[in-house]
Design a protein around this ligand. Sequence first.
Ligand code: CA
Ligand code: CA
Length: 241
Amino acid sequence: MDSIYENTDFKLSTVSSDENQSQHKGNQVTSSKRTKVLLIVLGVSLVLALGGLSVLGFMYVRVLMQLSSQETNSTIMVRELTGNYTRVREQLFFYKAFTAQSLNSDMKLRDWGGKLYFFSSEKLTWSSSRAFCVSKGADLVTITSLPEQIFLLSELKDYYWIGLNDLQTEGNWVWVNNQTLTETGVQFWYQRVSQKSEPDNWSGGGPNGENCAVMANSSNLNSWFDVSCNSMYKFICEKKC
Ligand SMILES: [Ca+2]
Ligand SMILES: [Ca+2]
């Protein structure tokens, strides 16, 4: 009888052990599934985090570029404002210097092509005219382009001294800024068909001939004449701004 019970116990024990193993295997499968799910969730989280970081990085770079662009625009604006301020201040000084003189209807101030012009009302010799311009921080006008010649012609109502002379060497015409006519590339001497054109260094006005230039109020583009430097004419001062 004892052996029968012993066998029964053994069988029961064997059955119990199989159930434990089966349960253990079940636990292992469940644990493995959990690990896989956790890994998947972790992976998805990492992908989302990387995506978020990429978006943030892109936005950061874009904001940096916008700030850099705004800074560049601000710098350009400040430079332009500073330039405008300096130009306006110089114009005010120029106007103040000339309007301190007796102002009458003949006198004019003009702003053209980055230059300021003063058209005098009184007549002086070439040297005195130049001295007057220099005393105001300017000089006699230099005409260095066709548009400038056209502009000045449109403003003239008389003969005016310009900053051109051959005082140093006869026939070698030089502007007051030491530029030659070859260097500027333009000259507008009055032309005659049957007689000698300007400059003719005519000696009728004196033994020194004609060594200073005036420009006439003329519809003719070629309006420069050489005349005696001691003659009295109105004059044009010019200042770059
Ligand atoms: Ca001459
Ligand atoms: Ca002449």
